[in-house]
Design a binder for this molecule. Structure first.
Ligand SMILES: [Zn+2]
Ligand SMILES: [Zn+2]
Length: 177
């Protein structure tokens, strides 16, 4: 069985973590647990951008997780970046073990000022399955109904489907765990 470890970086609501775990359990038939890793967030924060360098957060997790047999998904509610981009929703090692997702720009209040928890959770799970998909070896998919479609902005997150298309699903089931 696929094992997925959720590693919160910074403050993440426990109820939200449980809800994410339940969703992954039911859709990926995976064994999901929450683990505690030590992150030095200040060391990866850019003071000019007031954002966190995602690749360096992944790097902090790697030496702490060698004994975990499964995928490590870091969850963060702060804004992430890589130097060439204004922001990113997440990052993952292709066919690797580690990924990270930020919920910062998935909150509807970030755009319209209005809270919409259902929309927030839907967006968050799209980004979670997207990054996990990269861990399972998937590259970006052209199908708009597929969660592996790339999304540069929130409109594209909202348009794309919530799970893998049949072709991406078939590739995941063949991927080594
Ligand atoms: Zn991607
Ligand atoms: Zn697809």
């Amino acid at each position: 069985m696929t094992r997925i470890f959720l590693a919160p970086a910074g403050a993440i609501n426990n109820q939200l973590l449980e809800r994410i775990a339940e969703d992954i359990k039911s859709k990926l038939h995976a064994d999901v647990s929450v683990i505690k890793l030590n992150f030095d967030l200040e060391a990866v924060r850019s003071p000019e951008r007031n954002q966190y360098f995602s690749t360096r957060l992944l790097a902090q997790a790697i030496p702490q997780t060698t004994h975990y047999d499964g995928k490590i998904l870091i969850l963060m509610d702060a804004d992430l970046y890589v130097p060439v981009l204004t922001f990113i929703y997440g990052e993952a090692q292709l066919r690797g073990k580690h990924s990270i997702v930020s919920s910062f720009r998935l909150h509807e209040e970030f755009y319209s000022g209005e809270v919409n928890e259902d929309l927030f959770f839907e967006r968050l799970m799209k980004e979670v399955y997207h990054e996990l998909g990269h861990n399972f070896g998937l590259i970006h998919c052209r199908e708009w109904d597929c969660v592996m479609h790339s999304s540069a902005g929130i409109e594209e997150v909202d348009i794309k489907g919530g799970f893998y298309c049949s072709s991406c699903s078939a590739q995941i089931s063949k991927a080594p765990e």
